[in-house]
Design a protein around this ligand. Structure first.
Ligand code: ZN
Ligand code: ZN
Length: 297
């Protein structure tokens, strides 16, 4: 919301109460309530902040938001319903021809990577070494709302802070580990929900994100080029899970063009799929299909 309008409305509210006590006029109140309700996240959009820093030692799950307490979870009403109804644990809004997401990137699951003194600590079943601890971030994604096909040769391994955002506000990483490690080896450090932090504490998923998807057609998130990503199955454009199928026509970028429950006309999207480079299932392949937006942290 335009801050000036908000201030004017609030001023109107005060004057209205003082000057017209005998004839109560609640129009400004209704207008304010409407604006607050319809553009809750536009207010957040005027701020440069992604939210407060969440401390691992006091991190608990907020059962009403489904996010960690202190994580901003706000999807603006101007967003399309497939985003508004599925994304949380981040702030999302429309800005020109882009969707902007701001995320503290705090996992809404238990994890060994919160550290043993956190209420959200849970020992992992994997045994590979990873000395890193997850920490609150300030990720800002600017993602084209009308994605366009690119050359298909822009690497997902080009040093970006993240290459996409999951429906629960977490970073999506590519199909490679930090050299000289192999992702198959790094997979032995994933926590019980398939994620782990890198050396500056950014928790991320390369592969399965089991809080979101387990051999189903669930929406996993949005990639930096504006195309959606789903689990291992495709939903055939229907809500029923009985006709979900494992796509046999994926290109080398893990994508194909079909209808989904979120797109009534055939639209390109990615799937969690076996990756020839990583030699395990990964969310993304080596290249983007579309022209990418930008990300900062
Ligand atoms: Zn990693
Ligand atoms: Zn599909």
């Amino acid at each position: 919301m335009n801050r000036t309008i908000l201030i004017m409305l609030m001023a109107g509210l005060v004057f209205g109460t003082c000057k017209k006590s005998e004839k109560k006029d609640d129009t400004p109140l209704l207008a304010l309530a409407y604006l607050m309700n319809s553009s809750t996240c536009s207010t957040a959009s005027s701020s440069t902040s992604t939210g407060t820093t969440v401390s691992n030692n006091t991190a608990t799950l907020n059962t009403s938001t489904g996010c960690v307490t202190g994580v901003t979870s706000c999807m603006d009403s101007a967003l399309p319903s497939w985003i508004k109804d599925n994304f949380k644990c981040a702030t999302g809004y429309v800005s020109g021809g882009n969707y902007v997401f701001k995320s503290q990137n705090v996992p809404n699951t238990k994890s060994s990577y919160y550290g043993t003194s956190s209420p959200l600590y849970e020992a992992r079943t994997t045994t590979g070494p990873n000395p890193n601890t997850t920490s609150s971030q300030k990720l800002v994604y600017t993602i084209p709302s009308s994605p366009t096909r690119g050359t298909g040769t822009v690497s997902t391994q080009g040093g970006l802070a993240s290459i996409g955002i999951t429906v629960n506000g977490l970073a999506i990483f590519n199909n490679a580990a930090a050299p000289p490690d192999l992702l198959t080896v790094e997979a032995l450090t994933f926590d019980n929900y398939g994620g782990h932090p890198q050396n500056s504490g950014i928790y991320h998923h390369h592969a399965g994100a089991t809080k979101i998807t387990n051999n189903d057609a669930n929406l996993v998130g949005l990639i930096l080029d504006g195309y959606a990503i789903y689990g291992k199955k495709c939903d055939n454009g229907t809500a029923t899970t009985a006709d979900d199928f494992t796509p046999g026509d994926l290109d080398s970028l893990h994508g194909h063009t079909t209808k989904t429950i979120h797109f009534a006309t055939a639209t390109y999207h990615y799937h969690l799929a076996f990756d020839a480079t990583a030699t395990i299932d990964t969310l993304m392949g080596s290249f983007f299909y579309g022209n990418t937006g930008s990300v900062s942290n």
